[in-house]
Design a protein around this ligand. Sequence first.
Ligand SMILES: [Zn+2]
Length: 250
Amino acid sequence: MTPLQTPCPICNSATSLLDVVDFNKSCEEARHKFLPLAGIPVYYTLCENCGFCFAPELYEWSIAQFSQAIYNADYITIDPDYVDIRPRANAKNLQALFGKQKQHIRHLDYGGGSGLLSDLLREQHWQSQSYDPFYNSELSLDSLGKFDLITAYEVFEHVPDVKKLMADLSRLLNDEGLVLFSTLVSDGHLQKNQRLQWWYAAPRNGHISLFSKESLSLLAGNAGFTLGSFSAGFHAMWKTVPSWASHLIE
Ligand SMILES: [Zn+2]
C-alpha cells in the first residue's frame, strides 16, 4: 500500500485521490498573491465516508522536515497575521469571553507558537501557558499538568496525526473543561471530480488536514467529546461543560 492509499485516519474508510497541487500553493492566493511554483507535487486524498481530506505524503514528515520546508524564515510571508495580529485578537476575545472568571481557569494555548497569546493573558493576570511542539520540543506533555481551558487557534489543519492530537488534548484537559479551537471546515469547498481550488488547502502553509463538519464531529466523538460550532471556523469541544463556560455553551 502506498501512502496515497492510506485509509481515513478518522473513520478508517477507504480514501481516493482528490487532486494534486504545487507545494507552493499558499493561503495568500485568497488575496491574489502567488508564489512561484516549487515544482513539487502534493497529493490530497479524500475520505468518501466522512469527507476528511489530507495530504498523506506530508503525514510522513518529521518535525525537522516541517521546520525546514514550511515553518521556516519565509513562513511569515504566507501567514503574515501569525506573529502578532492573530494572538492579539485572540487574547482580546478570550478576555471578553472569560475575563471575569479567569481566577477559575488554568489555560493552555496549544500550538501557541512563540507564546505571545499567553504572555498577553498573563499581563492581565490569567494563569496561562503556551505549548508548541515546534517551540517547546524539550517539554513533555505530562509535565504540563491539567487545564480547564485549552485553546488551539489554527492548529488542527496543520497536524499530521489527528488521533494523537485528540489523545493529547484529552490528557491535558480536566474532565470539566473546554477546548476552543479554530479551523475552517471544508463543507461546500471540496468535491470529488472537481479541482482543489479552495484557498485553505495550502501545503506551503502546512494545511495538510482539512476537516468537513462531519469528520470533525466524528473525531471529537471518538475521543469522548461533544463538538459545538459557533461558525464555519470556530468550534468548541467538551466532556462536561465547566460552570464558568455555561454562558457560552447551552
Ligand atoms: Zn473518514
